[in-house]
Design a protein around this ligand. Structure first.
Ligand code: 4AD
Ligand code: MG
Length: 463
């Protein structure tokens, strides 16, 4: 008897991926978890999900046909079963097929205390059971889309001539210079000279500094991996462990950098629209209160992103008539409320904010001819705020050294980084896209804790 994934049967029945063995009357076998099970003394119905797709398979079992009818009819939500039987294709019905069971076998029993019952559970409740929530429609959708986005990003970069570089997770420097690192040590006395690496080591906050040398060798590169930040911000947008995609390109200025950001986002969004239609529809209908998720993504995929300078943004905010919690002054770093106002009220969509005051941005960013701002760019999107941070890098040795001195950045651990400015250094640029923020934008899920399999946030490490 041929074993199938429910997804294979669906795709064949719907004509999306025809399979000659999937015909009405065929003997098939499926394995999955019971979502619901109801029966009377003659006939029962199981709604079975095997995780291969969003949809469940309806199983019909009859007392006359299966020997263990009483056992099966008592099985609770969450039990794992194997069903063998006849495939019945009903293209015009709401369920395009069902399986009429000849045999039903319990593979994994489920205790009555199983917390996922057939009702809506709140995201907050599900956050407490990260080991079980992937069995709900919402999380199945989110994690499928997370996978598609990750693969799609790789595809975009591969098609466009980028080389994938694995940068280290343990490092001796704090790339952003913001001092928000987690220390890596085998000692409990902070004596780092005598520690494992013979010096202070930490988890990376960004692969950028390590990937720049590869851009200055291979031209177009990217790194994609986990990053760690010990910033104590308990917000729906910050995680202590998150994944970042960081492309870096030689012979590329800020404009070129922004063109890649825009092309990358549109490529991935189109891919998700094409390949996760069922998941998006579910999220649109049941998770996003405004039900405009799909329209929003379609619009973004086909529109040009706007560009606003930091200085213009300050003017917009000052003249907005809004009462912001944090008053706006030129030179300040924007807060979430300002970012959201700029993209939702001014740009009404994704917007590049460029040319920030040099004091509020990282040391490696290229100073603009005005001497006051840097060639940096944040991409802001409605609902999320900052999705991407990027910049052209300072390639002038003397300027960079002076900037590091002015900003109090330790040069000792970064001599190698300065070398790049001595040995064939050229104009180069890059950016970092936070995977989870992108996933929040694409799925409409409002809290970063709900797009990470096991979220790491302050005071939260139970699993
Ligand atoms: O703006 P950030 O700090 O930029 C960098 O790390 C640069 N080195 C990137 C580069 O040029 N190669 O972070 C980049 C992005 C942010 O725009 C945001 O999407 C995400 O990373 N991010 C976070 N996501 C979740 N939780 C956090 N705590 C985040 N901090 C940044
Ligand atoms: Mg940033």
């Amino acid at each position: 008897m041929a074993k199938f994934l429910i997804d294979e049967i669906y795709k064949s029945v719907k004509g999306l991926m025809p399979n000659d063995n999937i015909v009405s009357g065929a003997e098939v076998c499926v394995e999955g978890w019971i979502r619901t099970n109801r029966s009377n003394n003659k006939i029962g119905f199981i709604s079975l999900n095997d995780g291969s797709c969003f949809s469940c398979c309806q199983v019909v079992y009859e007392a006359e046909k299966i020997s263990n009818y009483d056992e099966i009819s008592k099985l609770l939500t969450g039990c794992a079963v194997r069903i063998s039987g006849k495939l019945i294709i009903t293209p015009d019905a709401k369920q395009p097929f069902e399986i009429n069971a000849d045999e039903a076998e319990l593979l994994g029993d489920c205790d009555a205390s199983y917390p996922l019952q057939k009702k809506r559970h709140s995201l907050e409740f599900l956050r407490e059971i990260p080991h079980l929530r992937p069995r709900t429609n919402t999380f199945m959708a989110v994690f499928k889309i997370r996978s598609i986005i990750s693969q799609s990003l790789h595809e975009f970069f591969r098609k466009n001539g980028f080389t994938y570089i694995h940068t280290p997770l343990i490092t001796g420097n704090d790339a952003e210079g913001a001092g928000e690192t987690f220390t890596v040590t085998t000692r409990d006395d902070a004596d780092y000279q005598n520690d494992f690496f013979g010096r202070h080591a930490c988890l990376t906050v960004s692969g950028q500094l390590h990937v720049e040398p590869f851009a200055l060798a291979l031209g177009k590169v990217y790194t994609f991996g986990p990053t760690f930040r010990a910033e104590n911000s308990n917000t729906p947008y910050h995680a202590s462990e998150f994944w970042m995609i960081e492309p870096e390109m030689a012979f590329c200025d800020l404009r070129g950098d922004m063109a890649v950001m825009e092309a990358m986002l549109k490529y991935v969004i189109k891919d998700v629209l094409a390949n996760a239609a069922d998941e998006l529809k579910f999220l649109n209908d049941f998770v996003v209160e405004t039900h405009d998720l799909i329209t929003k993504l379609e619009t973004v995929a086909n529109s040009d992103f706007k560009v606003i300078t930091y200085t213009e943004a300050v003017d917009y905010l000052k003249n907005s008539g809004e009462k912001f919690e944090y008053p706006v002054e030129w030179g300040m770093d924007f807060y979430k409320e300002h970012e959201i106002y700029i993209c939702e009220k001014v740009a009404k969509g994704p917007v590049f904010l460029i040319d920030f005051p040099k004091e509020i941005k990282a040391f490696y960013m290229k100073i603009n001819p005005d001497g006051k701002t840097v060639a940096a760019c944040d991409l802001l999107v409605p609902g999320v705020g900052e999705l991407i941070g990027g910049s052209q890098r300072e390639e002038n040795y003397d300027v960079l050294v002076k900037k590091m001195d002015d900003m109090g950045i330790e040069k000792e651990t970064l001599e190698w980084y300065l070398d790049l400015r001595k040995f064939g250094g050229v104009v180069h640029s890059g950016f970092g896209l936070g995977l989870e923020r992108f996933l929040m934008y694409v799925t409409g899920v409002a809290n970063i804790r709900d797009v990470i399999p096991y979220a790491r946030t302050p005071k939260n490490l139970k699993f």
